[in-house]
Write a protein that binds this ligand. Structure first.
Ligand SMILES: Nc1nc2c(ncn2[C@@H]2O[C@H](COP(=O)(O)OP(=O)(O)OP(=O)(O)O)[C@@H](O)[C@H]2O)c(=O)[nH]1
Ligand SMILES: [Mg+2]
Length: 324
């Protein structure tokens, strides 16, 4: 099971206490209490392991080390070690304590989320001409403690959407090196599959049915994984007796989840074209063109039509390369 939504607690380390010490050497009389070390901070870093949120399933509290207390001979306490937690690329971290959010969208660049407390000053820092034997010191400041919600929104360029059985996973497998499960029944796909076509990442998600936004079928929670895609491939089976109804059903569920999903660039793909004769296909394509002029029929068993789909992807890929 892909873990994509989890809440944890993080505790940055407290700063160490400042020391009160005096030099025992009679020739160099005076305060020599060092300051406390800094508490360790908590960082998050992007990982290419999409399943890595599993690390947070059972253990829920993650703490960095406290800073050490100050010592004599003006030696400061040691700094607490920082703690760096890995999350999949595409994770949004929501700080439930203060409302801040962070998007982890690059690999290997640590993002500071909870800061360790600074150490308190030792008596050495309180010396002055009028106070040559100070007894003052400070406690370290506490580290930041937060409750964090980690939710994964996959980073893909193209999302495959459609009713169950429309052929989404079959298309993903055909276009990419993915070998995800295909089945002649509804809801074969239970969690998102990813594949790459050149520089493009394709996300295949479970099928949507009417009422999914109200919890029917597998619901719409997994739609979070296509929120970041720029483009949708909307698959409609040529075997359907009413492709327009199928189209509208899926669009309604996308819109009910988030309006942004219906505003994405959409390519309508009439799948399983091998199952119908030319005139039936033409009729279905024409009816869909009234809703979106960008309609292409294909079958995974028809190499020529698959070439046209690959060409489409190559164009999208070229655009992506131009954009970066
Ligand atoms: N004839 C024909 N069958 C196809 C084609 N593409 C997929 N299928 C079949 O259609 C069925 C459903 O395919 P899937 O790829 O699992 O469909 P899906 O849209 O991923 O389905 P869910 O994961 O349940 O939403 C399988 O039995 C496939 O073998 C095609 O181009 N032609
Ligand atoms: Mg599937």
């Amino acid at each position: 099971m892909l873990i994509d939504d989890i809440t944890i607690a993080v505790r940055a380390g407290d700063g160490g206490k400042g020391a009160v010490r005096f030099n025992k050497n009679l020739h160099q009389y005076g305060p020599v209490g060092g300051s406390g070390g800094k508490g360790g901070s908590i960082y998050f870093i992007g990982s290419s392991d999409l399943g890595i949120l599993r690390n947070y399933r059972y253990k829920k509290v993650f703490a960095a080390d406290n800073g050490g207390d100050g010592r004599g001979q003006s030696r400061d306490g040691t700094d607490g070690k920082d703690l760096t937690l890995s999350v999949p690329m595409g994770t949004t971290i929501e700080n439930l304590t203060n409302g801040a959010t962070y998007d982890i969208i690059t690999l290997g660049k640590p993002v500071l989320v909870a800061r360790g407390g600074i150490g308190g000053r030792g008596n050495f820092h309180f010396r002055s001409s009028t106070n040559t034997r100070p007894k003052q010191f400070e406690y370290g400041k506490p580290g930041q403690h937060y409750s964090l919600r980690l939710s994964l929104k996959l980073i893909a360029d193209i999302g495959l959407v459609g009713l169950p059985n429309a052929g989404k996973t079959s298309l993903l497998n055909e276009l990419t090196r993915a070998r995800a499960k295909v089945g002649n029944y509804e809801f074969t796909t239970l969690e998102p599959n990813l594949g790459t076509f050149g520089e493009l990442v394709l996300a295949d998600i479970p099928g949507l049915i009417e009422g999914a936004s109200r919890g029917k079928g597998l619901g719409t929670k997994f739609l979070q994984h296509i929120e970041r895609t720029r483009t949708l491939f909307h698959l409609i089976s040529a075997e359907s007796d009413d492709p327009v109804r199928d189209y509208r059903t899926v669009r309604a569920e996308l819109g009910a989840y988030a309006r942004g999903l219906t505003e994405k660039e959409e390519h309508v793909l009439l799948s399983k074209s091998d199952t119908k004769d030319a005139s039936d296909l033409e009729k279905k394509i024409a009816s869909l063109r009234n809703l979106n002029p960008n309609v292409t029929a294909f079958s995974i068993h028809d190499p020529e039509r698959m070439r046209a789909i690959r060409q489409k992807l190559a164009t999208i890929e070229a655009r992506k390369r131009g954009a970066v």
